[in-house]
Write a protein that binds this ligand. Structure first.
Ligand code: 7PJ
Length: 296
């Protein structure tokens, strides 16, 4: 039987390593892409990913407090060009392999491709993070075959056009219903509920108002029965509120991370690991006081 921590929740098994459910976890973003929206190309030398630079970034994120690194080879920013499966594999497989060999961290693979799921799982990935919630042909079966946990994210539309006209009657209820349906599809494919993480998909086919409603209603999504991941780091909702460029969104990103953790988020996906880990440590410290008072 899985051992329980003080929260009463079993750790999440990520193919050998585990993640503690009793405290929030920081997921550092490693973009193995030439074109991601805030740091695209920063790990590139000419046309190729610089593996040493990527390892340096990975190592420093671990030192800074990341327990998960999210490696992605497809940019899903609004308007991004699609990438071929072959190119995505070339971008991510060697990097996942090296991180697995050199660092003690859970490697999350940010992909919708069945082949990328299979091949990165074979070289050490521990978590599948799919912004298309395993909807691509073969993805459900491939993810189930790896035995790894999966983060299911909600997106309305496709990256190329999703921000043109987001439309919902009730964004919170529609996102919840979608995630519930994908959880059922996963269960039918042999991926148990205890292996799932849910994400409302901030910025993926959502207006500013939709994003804020979802953040406020995170407990409604958590009530679906799986832990939550949030990706708010440097996102355009901040730009819309503050009119700040992507490199001037750190303070607001930290505020959103804290607000999300306060509303139940477990994993916080971020470009800025050290600052996010510090901010979230304040939530954890405060939660510790509340727990101590309840038990004395
Ligand atoms: C997210 C993601 C997110 C999950 C990206 C960006 C765009 N995966 N991949 N959640 N965002 N699960 O970093 O702004 O919000 S790529």
């Amino acid at each position: 039987m899985a051992s329980l921590n003080p929260s009463g929740l079993p750790p999440l098994d990520c193919g050998g390593s585990t993640l503690d459910r009793s405290r929030p976890q920081v997921m550092g973003i490693i973009n193995a892409t030439p074109d991601s929206f805030s740091d695209g190309g920063s790990l590139y030398r000419g046309q190729r990913l610089d593996l040493d630079a990527a390892m340096e970034r990975a190592r420093s994120m671990c030192v800074a407090g990341a327990t998960i690194l999210d490696v992605g080879g497809e940019s899903t920013r609004p308007g991004a060009d699609p990438v071929s499966e072959g190119e995505e594999l070339e971008r991510v497989v060697p990097l996942v392999e090296r991180i697995a060999a050199e660092l003690d961290v859970v490697i999350s693979i940010d992909t919708s491709s069945a082949a990328v799921m299979r091949e990165t799982a074979a070289v050490g990935a521990g978590l599948i993070n799919d912004v298309r919630a395993l909807e691509r042909p073969g993805a459900l079966e491939a993810a189930a075959a790896t035995g790894l946990p999966v983060c299911l994210m909600h997106m309305q539309g496709q990256p190329g056009t999703m921000q043109q006209r987001p439309d919902y009657t009730s964004v919170v209820e529609e996102v919840a219903a979608y995630l519930e349906a994908r959880m059922a599809a996963c269960e039918a494919a042999g991926i148990g509920r205890e292996q799932l993480v849910l994400d409302p998909g901030f910025g993926f086919g959502k207006t500013l108002s939709h994003n804020l409603q979802l953040l406020q209603a995170l407990p409604r999504i958590e009530a679906l029965g799986a832990p939550l991941l949030v990706g708010l780091s440097r996102k355009s909702l901040i730009g819309k509120i503050l009119e700040r460029d992507v490199h001037e969104r750190l303070a607001a990103s930290l505020a959103l991370a804290v607000l999300a953790v306060e509303r139940g988020a477990w994993i916080v996906r971020t470009h800025d690991v050290r600052e996010t880990a510090d901010a979230i440590a304040m939530c954890t410290a405060l939660a510790g006081v509340a727990d101590a008072e309840e038990t004395t």
